[in-house]
Design a protein around this ligand. Structure first.
Ligand code: GLC
Length: 536
């Protein structure tokens, strides 16, 4: 299974469909998606035309952060199924021509992980505590946290433990929820454990790993306070010099992992979740002996504006080219507001989302599609607070609503919730008007978002210019981005609201696909993208 049209590795061009397991399909009727549900619906992904799936964590977990608090890296949570289900899912995906990427969470474990339980039971200074970041508190009685770092989910990043004799004890670091203690990556035992976990899943046949918080593993050993004057405000971007993001030592971890995966046949791959401030920082993770690819959050964060998008695209392409890595493009995932809503919501948001999909899928490199974006799902804004599960909601006292609104189970069929998601409800309520957005409703409708994605991915597979490669910008009016890819492809997108003149280079070219209706008057309507057959 290599990419069409030559010997380039598959991951340089892949379209990877993100399956948020708990919200994809529920086979056992507990309201939570599961691996049997994934198996039953894999044909949807095949029919969409994706190359691979990435599954969010399905390991045993108390679910304090929707599975990103892993209690056992070598098993499946009973809520999601069994190891046998995982094996069957991998085999069935492969039989359908889909590669499988699983999620690896190396920055922290669950507080219920055997290692952390052992650390709590052991005294300060023990081997058990040395796997995590336990420190003495500040102040005479150690009552103050070791420094001023804060949790990504709100509140402080340190929690104090009670020692075995009942006295108030050390503090441990958690850059996320208190139920997610950070591991100490200066400890060789931690390295050995994760290499063994990688082997466990590689031996089961997975094609790669998505690395959670890949920029967070190493911390400045001095653990200095975050200095607001230096620009390192809590939750701020991972600028160079930040004491707990993007420290140089992380690169040695990925070099070791790359050496390991390279011993396996079949082009196994890594995609890093690397939230850093600049594409230049990102490129360092993608040097030839490190990770293969990383999510492109600069593109995801770019406004719907020709200038902003062009900068995001150019910066990624230029910086990644220096290390020989392909860019990837992503519009949505389980952590961000769905892009239909980000781009304005309603009809405008939908029109822009259609155009954005054609832009993303025509750019050089790979792309990610988050489940439900192929249906044009919006963010669900009005979830009842008592049903919200994202720890961000509780830890900010409700000031931040959190990420549940992009995690609502997706609609498959029927005219009432749970819309075929499962036999007995869904863990988050689906809006009633999603009846119009089900897969069944969209599949036979040539004007639907689903049909647009299917057609775009079909053309992308067949067209020799799409996927990995290069692009050249073409002259256009200010709100339009137009580009050529060889051999024989021209793309144009108008990110303005008003019609703009069509780029000259598109004159007379046959249309391969358009995100919306095209008038005969030679203009390109606002919020519209077009793919042209540019064979000269
Ligand atoms: C990543 C995940 C997010 C999770 C966090 C902590 O950002 O994508 O969902 O909450 O890491 O593991």
């Amino acid at each position: 299974m290599t990419a069409a049209g030559g010997g380039a590795p598959w991951w340089r061009s892949a379209v990877i469909y993100q399956i948020y397991v708990r919200s994809f399909a529920d086979a056992d009727g507990d309201g939570l998606g599961d691996l049997q549900g994934v198996r039953a619906r894999l044909e949807h992904v095949r029919d969409l035309g994706a190359d691979a799936i990435w599954l969010n964590p399905f390991y045993p977990s108390p679910q304090a952060d929707a599975g990103y608090d892993v209690a056992d890296y070598r098993d499946v949570d009973p809520r999601f199924g069994t190891l046998a289900d995982a094996d069957a899912m991998i085999a069935e995906a492969h039989a359908l021509g889909l590669r499988v990427i699983v999620d690896l969470v190396p920055n922290h474990t669950s507080d219920q992980h055997a290692w952390f339980q052992a650390a709590l039971a052991a005294p300060p200074g023990s081997r058990e505590r040395a796997r995590y970041l336990f420190r003495e508190g500040r102040g005479a009685a150690g009552d103050d946290p070791p420094n001023n770092w804060s949790s990504n989910f709100g509140g402080g990043a340190w929690t104090r433990v009670t020692e075995a004799d009942g006295s108030p004890g050390q503090w441990y670091l958690h850059l996320f929820a208190p139920e997610q203690p950070d591991l100490d990556w200066t400890n060789p035992e931690v390295h050995e454990e994760f290499e063994s976990i990688l082997r466990f899943w590689l031996d089961r046949g997975v094609d790669g790993f998505r690395i959670d918080v890949a920029h967070g593993l190493a911390k400045d050993p001095g653990m200095p306070d975050l200095d607001a004057d230096g620009g390192f405000a809590a939750g701020g971007p991972a600028r160079p010099g930040h004491p707990h993001w993007d420290q140089d030592e992380v690169h040695e971890v990925y070099r070791a992992w790359r050496r390991l995966t390279d011993t396996y046949p079949g082009e196994r791959t890594f995609v890093g979740e690397v939230w850093v401030a600049t594409p230049a920082q990102l490129a360092r993770y993608l040097r030839p002996d490190e990770l293969h690819t990383a999510f492109n959050f600069g593109f995801l964060l770019a406004r719907w504006d020709a200038g902003a998008m062009r900068v995001a695209i150019d910066d990624s392409i230029q910086e990644l080219a220096k290390v020989g890595a392909p860019p990837t493009w992503v519009l949505s995932n389980h952590d961000v507001t769905r892009h239909v809503t980000r781009f304005g919501g309603g009809d405008v948001g939908l029109r822009r989302a259609r155009a954005a999909a054609l832009l993303m899928l025509a750019l050089p490199g790979g792309a990610y599609v988050y489940q439900g974006e192929e249906l044009g799902l919006p963010e669900v804004r009005d979830l009842p607070d008592e049903l919200r599960q994202d720890p961000t909601f509780a830890r900010t006292g409700g000031a931040q609503k959190g990420r549940d609104g992009c995690r609502v189970p997706i609609p498959w069929s029927g005219d009432a919730p749970s819309f075929g998601f499962g036999p007995d409800g869904a863990w988050l309520p689906q809006p009633a008007d999603w009846a119009a957005l089900t897969v069944d409703q969209q599949v036979g409708d040539p004007s639907s978002m689903l049909s647009l994605y299917r057609e775009a991915l079909r053309i992308r597979r067949e067209h020799p210019a799409l996927g990995d490669g290069t692009m050249t910008w073409l002259p256009s009016s200010p709100t339009v981005l137009a580009f050529r890819r060889e051999p024989g492809f021209v793309g144009a997108v108008n990110l303005g609201t008003d019609p703009a003149p069509r780029p000259e280079a598109t004159a007379g070219l046959p249309v391969l696909l358009a995100s919306g209706p095209l008038p005969d008057d030679g203009t390109l309507p606002g919020d519209t993208a077009v793919w042209y057959d540019g064979r000269r």
